[in-house]
Each structure stands twice: as C-alpha cells, then as structure tokens.
Design a protein around this ligand. Sequence first.
Ligand code: NAP
Length: 307
Amino acid sequence: MTQASPLRVLVTGANGRTGRAVVRALARRAVPGAPVCVRALLRDPAQWPAVAALGAAEFAVGDMTDPASLAVALRDCDTLVHIGPPMHPLERVMTGHFIAAAQAVGLRHFVYYSVLQPLRRDIRHHRLKLEAEEDLVESGLAYTILQPSRYMQHLEPIWKTVLSAGVHAMPFSTEVRFNVADLLDLAEATATVVAESAPSAAQPGLYHFGSFELAGPEALSQQDMAGIIGAVTGRAVTAAQVPIAEMEARARAAGFGEDRVGQMASMNRHYDAHGMPGNPRVLAMLLGREPTSFRAYVRRLSENTPG
Ligand SMILES: NC(=O)c1ccc[n+]([C@@H]2O[C@H](COP(=O)([O-])OP(=O)(O)OC[C@H]3O[C@@H](n4cnc5c(N)ncnc54)[C@H](OP(=O)(O)O)[C@@H]3O)[C@@H](O)[C@H]2O)c1
C-alpha cells in the first residue's frame, strides 16, 4: 500500500509565542488522506528540541531578511503560514521575500498572519501589514489573510503582579474596549484554514482568496477585565492606567530597542483613544463553536498558574 504524501507546512516565527501555538495546533490537526508535516523556520538550530516537542516534524534554519534562506526553507512545502516578528520595520519587505519565494516554488497556499483592522494606519505595524496584504492579494498566489485581535495572553506576563497588587494596569484608558481573543482559539482557526484548504480536503481551496477578521467574543474594557479577574480569583482587583513614559522606561529596561519602544508608545496612544473592538462571528465560524470567553481564559490561567 502506498503511503499518502504529507501536507508539508512551513511555519515562520515558529519559536515565538504565536508560532509555538500554531505549530502545536497544526501538528494535532488531521487532514483527510494526508498526514500533516510541520516544518519550523528557526533562526537557531538550538531552538529545535523545544519546537519539536510541540509536534513539528522538521526544521529549516533561515532569516526572514535573507531571501536565499527562505527559498531553501520553502522547498517541497505545500503551504506557508507566515507569522512575522511583532512591530518589525521590515514587515512588508520580509513578507515580500516570502511572496517571491512562494511564486518561485509554485506554493499552493500562502497563509498570512496579519492583524485585526490593519487599516488603522497610524499604528505603523498595522500599516505595514496592510501594505503586505496588498502585495499578497496582487501576487497571483492562492492566499488566506488572518486578522487576529489583541490576545488575552497579554495578561500572562503581569499575572502574578495583578494578583499580589490587586491592580490590572495597562498603558491606556481603563474604559476603552477590546475584543481580546484567546491565542489557542486563533491557532486552532489557523490550523482549520490550512487543513480545510488542503488538496485532499472535502473542499480543496475552501479558504483561498479570503481575509478573515478574528476577534474575541466580548468587547471588554480594562475595568471589565479587572472585575472578571477578581470574580474568578476571589480577590479585589481594580483597573489602572500606566503612564506612557513609565511603559517606555519599562520596555527599555526589558531590553527593547528605541524603534520598538516608539512603536509600543504609538500603539498604546492609539488604543488609549480608540480601543480595538471587533466582531467575533468569523472566528466562531472557523472554530465551529463560540470563541473562548475572557472568564474561561482567566479560569484556565488561574488553574495552571495559581498566584
Ligand atoms: N500579541 C498580539 O496581541 C497580536 C495580535 C495580533 C497579531 N499579532 C502578530 O503576531 C505575530 C507574532 O507575534 P509574537 O508575539 O508571537 O512574536 P514573538 O513571540 O516575538 O516571536 C517572533 C518570532 O519571530 C522570530 N524572528 C524574529 N526576527 C526574525 C528574523 N529576522 N528571521 C526569522 N525569524 C525571526 C523570532 O525568532 P527568535 O525566537 O530567534 O527570536 C521569534 O521566534 C506578529 O506579527 C504580531 O503582529 C500579535
């Protein structure tokens, strides 16, 4: 009996927060008639054991700024899930390298992990992702653009402090609203788009030539989130706004360069003025269920990471 050839998927940014979640979701996903083989793009082979533990089958070493390494990494792949580094000034250039490499190898499906509402152009990385989306749409490649909202997981780095201080602090107004999404839902939706578009799927190409907004189920302010954290943990938690100057100082202390610090400041000023509400129906459609609520996410976090 001949073995069905695998659906080979290159995931970029595979060692990052999003990439790891997507690798794990893809490796667990069944594609009818074809095993999924996840190839991780890494900058450093030392990252491989941790990414292999998530279920990746292969890795390629490459740099998104080096087109030659990307052409090699994409060889024999059916699908690319391109997850660029956050707030990177070369987002459009790097995505352009992948578009050229994909055209050269005749890639079947280019999945671009963008951002919710890239038309908010005064946030630089939204503008760069919008321009990269435009390049992809006009490339002649079969594409899917995913536009995920802000993650619920932004709570994780501050979780212990929130519990000990009883304050949920972010560098924007406590009143503006966001449809935050669970990264695990976003990764599952990404895997669905890949698997259900595969040549061996019931409707090959099902999600080709589509752009999908992926927002969480509720429009929540920091005050709402503080209330939910308090209710789940049984502690008093209030919301507070960190001044932008303090956020900048903390980001510099954490080792971020000036370009990144400036991007974080301008994004948070935009959030302060507008928040980022979105609509959850497309994410629900891709998941085949309602997206995870913030309350359910906090319950999971508190069970896995007690304060
Ligand atoms: N956070 C959110 O709420 C949110 C919402 C919507 C969309 N997004 C998007 O999600 C994407 C990923 O964000 P993230 O927080 O998961 O990022 P992350 O954890 O910082 O991971 C970025 C990954 O990219 C890799 N990388 C950086 N520069 C590279 C280069 N030149 N060549 C090859 N690899 C390189 C890094 O490699 P190393 O491991 O070697 O450093 C890392 O593995 C971003 O495009 C962001 O805009 C995020």
